[in-house]
Design a protein around this ligand. Sequence first.
Ligand code: PEP
Length: 250
Amino acid sequence: MQQLIAGNWKMHGLTGQLPLIEAICRASARSPADILICPPFTLIARAAEIAAGRIAIGGQDCAITETGPCTGDVSAEMLKDAGATAVILGHSERRHHHGETNAVVFAKAQAAAEQGLSTIICIGETQGQRIAGAALTVCAEQIAGSVPSQSHSSRLVIGYEPLWAIGSGVVPSADEIVEVHRHIRACLIAHIGAEALNVRILYGGSVNPSNAASILRLPEVGGALVGGASLAVTEFASVIQAVPCQQNRS
Ligand code: PEP
């Protein structure tokens, strides 16, 4: 399975940062991985124009409905119209700052799938849940509640992002990552059937040039979801370069 390196720019990026898209396209030209950048809504159309299919451009959220009186919302169809081919859904910052429940994420995933967008559905436990030994249960509940059961593997990606690792510089141990990724695979198989065998499960949370190679070699890790390190081309390029060739995977 080809790995996916996805950059989540969050609420960073003005038109002055658009040259970064060209630089990332060049840095990823010979990469064995698929590359996706999810800039803020305001930059999607221009980023897609610059990328011109060399890398994918995605959104960071979409609305449940297609059109209507939803001030401030952006639909999946609008993302597609702007040139996006993918969307991040259920990021912990949406779940926690905007009260998005599993049911909301599920509805958004259905809306995105109807438009043919690839979805990266994010799941992951809080620090308290990990300490309480509930990490696997939380991930199982989030998969069961957020992932539409008729999802197709080519358009579904799971982002495992423990909240305590996001932006903290702390990453789980290799054993912890593998344990959760294996559990996610098993939950997905129970939920969507054999399709789940081809779903990429990304690790996200403080991925950077110094830890990317060891994380990306772990079994069941299908790539990385990168926040902070996707905002600087040298850092993001190093993460891309850390993608192992298929024969070097654990
Ligand atoms: C994220 O929030 O999706 C993320 C992975 O952030 P960071 O890489 O900065 O921890």
